[in-house]
Design a protein around this ligand. Structure first.
Ligand SMILES: *Cc1c(COP(=O)(O)O)cnc(C)c1O
Length: 354
């Protein structure tokens, strides 16, 4: 089989070693002669997977005491609704930073439940930068941000300091950068961007904010319900949690989050250097806010488009097409992408220039 260089924006590339272990467990999990897909989530073998997955999140990110880690179904899109249900008081207001498609969807869900103040927005420039210097009202119940904007390729390099709960959708850069979890009250992330297969969403929630909204929260949307049952209130996303656990073991063995961050910086540095130095290409995100995970760029000369597309396809590159709302190209460089794959892309770009 020819080597494929997978720049997919999500579901994402995972290490081959993880795929192999994951495949084996579908046939025979934990020497039970049963598939992981056919055993009870209450079995000792699976309970130990869930416990290890939750512990690995804590170990990798240095989660302090007083936080609960959950693996739930519903995707980050359900996380958009859980934040206001759990944190937005009946007559209170929530502050949001609108940095693109996902942030906008989060705003929309919060508006169903109460007042939303969009305190910063980059909508005026097609979201190609991260708003800075915005003011968060003193009485806001929380501030919601999106750490990495998967579609437009921008990333908060520094997180805002606030006097209220900081809630962060970290779907597409969790485990690629060191973060101080104590600065956040809620972190959530769909697994399929940088952690594992689609199906699980990881939540890191400060126990102090449980039921902070004072609302009658539907059980499935209540952080406290899931935390009190060790993430087993209902059937968890068994396989996605398992494969995420394997991938976290892999990260642990390969330098942890600091190691992942170093690799992310190297990959992004290599590609952005070429984008900046090759007259045929132009980055679409403001330089200081560029994402280390998703690099967005366009051709400066559309007449070479067919040639470029044919060249990267021939080089075995997959998933380079930009999101339909932005156009151009997007190279998603998640944790498992080898730097060699980025070098292949850079070589194609150099060759195009001639
Ligand atoms: C993909 C993505 C989402 C949506 O995740 P689902 O799990 O599909 O609901 C939300 N936020 C960000 C930043 C994303 O990249």
């Amino acid at each position: 089989m020819a080597k494929v260089h997978n720049f997919s924006a999500g579901p994402c590339i995972l290490p081959q070693e993880v795929f192999q272990e994951a495949a084996a467990a579908v046939i025979n999990f934990d020497n039970l002669n049963l598939s992981i897909l056919e055993i009870s989530h209450r079995s000792a073998s699976f309970v130990s997977v869930m416990d290890e997955a939750r512990q690995l999140v804590k170990d990798l990110l240095g989660v302090p005491e007083g936080y609960s880690v959950l693996f739930l179904q519903g995707g980050a899109s359900t996380g958009f609704l859980m934040a206001p249900y759990n944190l937005l008081t009946q007559n209170g207001k929530a502050a949001y930073v609108n940095t693109g498609t996902w942030a906008k969807k989060a705003v929309k869900e919060a508006k169903r439940l109460g007042n939303v103040d969009v305190v910063g927005s980059s909508e005026d420039k097609n979201y190609n930068y991260i708003p800075k210097g915005f003011e968060v009202p003193a009485d806001a119940d929380y501030l919601h941000i999106t750490s990495n904007n998967t579609i437009v390729g921008t990333q908060f390099k520094e997180f805002p300091t606030v006097n209220t709960s900081l809630v962060c959708d970290m779907s597409s850069d969790i485990f690629s950068r060191e973060v101080n979890v104590a600065d956040f009250d809620v972190i959530y992330a769909g697994a399929q961007k940088n952690l594992g297969p689609a199906g699980a969403t990881v939540y890191i929630v400060k126990d102090e904010v449980f039921n902070k909204s004072g609302r009658d929260i539907p059980e499935m949307l209540n952080y406290a319900t899931h935390a009190s049952k060790d993430s087993m209130f209902n059937t968890p996303p068994v396989y996605s949690t398992y494969v995420s656990m394997l991938n976290m073991r892999y990260m642990m063995k390969n330098g942890g989050v600091a190691g992942m961050q170093k690799k992310a910086e190297e990959r992004a540095g290599l590609l952005y250097d070429e984008i900046d130095n090759n007259p045929l290409f132009e980055g679409t995100a403001a330089k200081e806010d560029r994402s280390n995970m998703n690099a967005t760029f366009v051709l400066t000369d559309e007449s070479v488009k067919d040639k470029f597309d044919a060249m990267w396809n021939a080089a075995g590159i997959s998933g380079l097409k930009g999101h339909r709302s932005v156009g151009g190209y997007r190279a998603s460089m998640y944790n498992a992408l080898p730097i060699e794959s980025v070098q292949v892309l850079v070589d194609v770009m150099k060759k195009l220039k001639g």
